[in-house]
Write a protein that binds this ligand. Structure first.
Ligand code: 9J6
Length: 290
């Protein structure tokens, strides 16, 4: 009996020490303890508009194969803060990867591993681009040079034009993606009510190749009412605006990825309430995000 008392007392001491220990741990930076996916300092308008975020990045070419046409892998050099979410980005019809490569370091320097892909064929339609976005994510997680830097449970897709159509198809097929960002999306048909992934559609007000009344707008309207979703139209933006570095595309893409891939609510301020941004001609969405 006495022996058991002693053991119980010893366990109580161990338990107390453990509690003191965890108390000390929670005195460490509150942000890290609250959200293990948070990366980088508190954001500001200047930080989401900047050409580069806080992480130095590396850029390595990826050869054709693995289900997509190769491309460029961009990743933060820092391995001290744990893993990052991963984002695959696809170009549009006839577009080479070089046209969207700017998004690689722009997003990766904020704390993501990014693969800007070349498509198998320049004339691949959106369904094939969806296959390739998903193949690129698998490659990133399983084989890429950055595989050890990636949290394979936090993946996202983006794309321009037919790559945006592919983004919508990829999210329709794969419900465990954390974020989807179709940019000036183009596709035939357009019922995306099956998407369960938070989706930000970025369109161009002056797009005459994928006119918003025929593409981005009905795609957005088809998304489920309960979905975390938003629709941002770049004021005066044409179809090829995203082929050059574009601050509006970048700042809301960074905010959406941070909010939904990293669950980083510090970025909610840039999305909700819906921005009154003179660089956008339309901005809609549901808030607050859940
Ligand atoms: O830039 C894009 O990916 C969409 C361009 C659509 C052009 C078109 O109508 O293609 C039909 C084959």
């Amino acid at each position: 009996m006495l022996k058991w008392r002693r053991i119980t007392a010893a366990m109580a001491i161990v338990g107390t020490l453990a509690l003191i220990g965890s108390g000390l741990a929670s005195a460490a930076p509150a942000t890290y303890a609250d959200n293990p996916y948070e990366r980088g300092p508190a954001p500001t308008i200047a930080s989401i508009e900047a050409e580069r975020g806080p992480f130095a990045v590396s850029e390595v070419p990826v050869p054709r194969g693995n289900g997509f046409g190769g491309g460029t892998l961009h990743f933060p050099n820092d391995t001290s803060q744990g893993t990052f979410g991963a984002v695959a980005v696809a170009p549009g019809f006839l577009e080479p990867e070089i046209l969207l490569r700017w998004l690689g370091p722009r997003l990766a320097s904020q704390g993501f591993v990014v693969l800007t892909i070349e498509t198998n064929s320049p004339i691949d339609f959106p369904a094939a681009r969806a296959d390739q976005l998903l193949a690129a994510l698998t490659f990133m997680v399983e084989k890429s040079q950055a595989k050890d830097r990636i949290d394979g449970s936090r993946l996202a897709v983006m794309g321009i034009s037919m790559g945006g159509g592919g983004t919508l198809e990829a999210a329709t097929r794969k419900h465990d993606l954390e974020a989807a960002i179709p940019i000036v999306p183009w596709n035939l048909g357009g019922d995306y009510s099956g998407i369960r992934t938070p989706t930000l559609i970025i369109a161009g007000e002056g797009d005459i190749i994928a006119p918003t009344p025929l593409h981005a707008r009905p795609f957005y309207d088809s998304l489920s009412p309960g979905l975390n979703k938003a629709y941002a139209e770049v004021a005066g933006g044409g179809h090829f605006a995203p082929a050059l570095p574009n601050v509006t595309v970048a700042k809301y893409s960074i905010s959406w990825l941070k909010r939904f891939v990293d669950n980083d609510t510090r970025y909610e301020q840039f999305l909700c309430p819906i921005p009154k941004d003179p660089k956008t001609s339309v901005f809609e969405g549901n808030c607050p995000h859940t």
